[in-house]
Design a protein. Structure first.
Length: 406
């Protein structure tokens, strides 16, 4: 209990701030107070902070670690000892004070609630092998049950305790992969794509909003459904998440059952959409396929032919491409954004890199030669752009392709 209160005070107190612990007897009770001169808590949130997953709105977390278990558990421990706890403004100035009142003695606690020591445990003459309370490795009989679905959920949260709790709750239904920040999550996605991303917003290194941007900006993974979990529940915060590509924005505290339902619905909806655009929903193979090229299909064909003819030209510009196709720069940008959700410059770069990946997989050219063939004058710039799109360096990609072929 004390560890949680002190950890919480440290987390929200700036460098060179003050955290004070006081214990005193008040009548038949012990009063414990933990106060700090940190960021403080708004009056209307002083009771809400004891809710599971609740975070003070507008607070910028100071990433100093800590227990992470939360004030919800602290209150539960206090109540098990027939005490009470509340939060209030620090009477000495800035910050917050938590006050715990615990009754003295043991009259209020029944015998059933007290763990009785077995003295024979400490008087054993023969040394015994004692298993640790938490085994370092699960035995085959202790393995977690197989999830009900094959859905792979990437869970991203820097708070270890919250992440583990949510992962355990989801484990019965989904395969859960855990990451502690957005950059770690992005690296994991580029190595093996999950079915859905569930991410906190406020994290170090890369936050949830930036993670959304990076996923939506990568043509290889931009279809992934994303759920953001956060204590920031204002309309402005929600709009920021949705503008950057989040499919759902769930404020903390939240229901685990509701989260499971959103995961199932988003994954199923995305599967239906992908089937719709791939034609997999049509199973009648007796129908004669009638191919009709739309105006958009014809335009994309012209764009791709123009790009293919100039892919090795490092001086290719948007104006040159638009001129060769026979449309204005603005029209080209608008149509590519509409049809591919990419800007013209992104589309040109990603097309170059996709062609480079194909050449690399054949293993017949050096990396410098491949870079030149797809219009990159600098091998360094080529390697950086390639890794950003595919998650591995060109050399690693070439080696992986060779291993797969062998």
């Amino acid at each position: 209990m004390l560890y949680n209160l002190l950890s919480n005070a440290y987390k929200f107190t700036p460098e060179n701030g003050e955290v004070r612990l006081e214990i005193e007897k008040v009548g038949d009770n012990t009063r414990i107070t933990v106060s700090d001169n940190g960021i403080g808590i708004a009056p209307d949130e002083l009771e809400k902070v004891f809710g599971r997953f609740y975070q003070v709105s507008g607070a910028q977390r100071l990433y100093k670690g800590g227990a992470g278990v939360g004030l919800n558990l602290t209150r539960s421990i206090v109540e098990l000892h027939h005490g009470n706890i509340h939060a209030e403004k620090n009477p000495l100035g800035a910050g917050t004070r938590f006050v715990v009142m615990l009754p003295l003695g043991r009259e209020q606690i029944s015998d059933e609630d007290i763990l009785q020591d077995d003295v024979t445990t400490y008087q054993t003459a023969v040394p015994m092998d004692v298993s640790p309370i938490v085994p370092e490795e699960l035995t085959p009989d202790q393995k977690k049950p197989t999830p009900k679905t094959k859905i792979r959920v990437l869970l991203v949260d820097d708070d270890v305790e919250i992440r583990k709790f949510v992962a355990e709750e989801l484990a019965a239904d989904f395969h859960v992969i855990q990451c502690s920040n957005g950059q770690e999550a992005l690296d994991s996605i580029l190595k093996k794509v999950p079915d859905i991303v569930v991410s906190d917003v406020a994290m170090p290194v890369m936050d949830g909003i930036k993670l959304c941007e990076r996923i939506r900006g990568n043509i290889n993974i931009n279809y992934l459904p994303i759920i953001l979990l956060t204590a920031r529940s204002s309309d402005e915060d929600r709009m920021a998440g949705l503008r950057n590509g989040a499919d759902a924005y769930i404020p903390k505290p939240f229901s685990i059952d509701m989260l499971k339902t959103r995961i199932l619905n988003l994954v199923e909806n995305r599967r239906v959409l992908r089937n719709t655009y791939s034609g997999k929903q049509i199973h009648n193979d007796k129908l004669t396929e009638v191919k009709v090229d739309s105006l958009d299909d014809k335009l994309m064909d012209r764009i791709m032919r123009a790009l293919d003819a100039n892919i090795s030209n490092p001086d290719l510009t948007i104006e040159m491409l638009a001129s060769e196709i026979g449309i204005s720069r603005v029209h080209l940008h608008r149509k590519l954004k509409e049809l591919t959700n990419q800007t013209t410059s992104d589309f040109i770069r990603n097309t170059r890199l996709t062609q480079a990946a194909k050449i690399l997989s054949e293993g017949k050219c050096s990396i410098a030669e491949v870079a030149a063939q797809v219009g990159f004058e600098s091998q360094s710039n080529f390697s950086t752009a390639f890794k950003k799109l595919f998650g591995v360096t060109p050399r690693d990609y070439m080696n992986q392709s060779k291993e797969q072929q062998d």
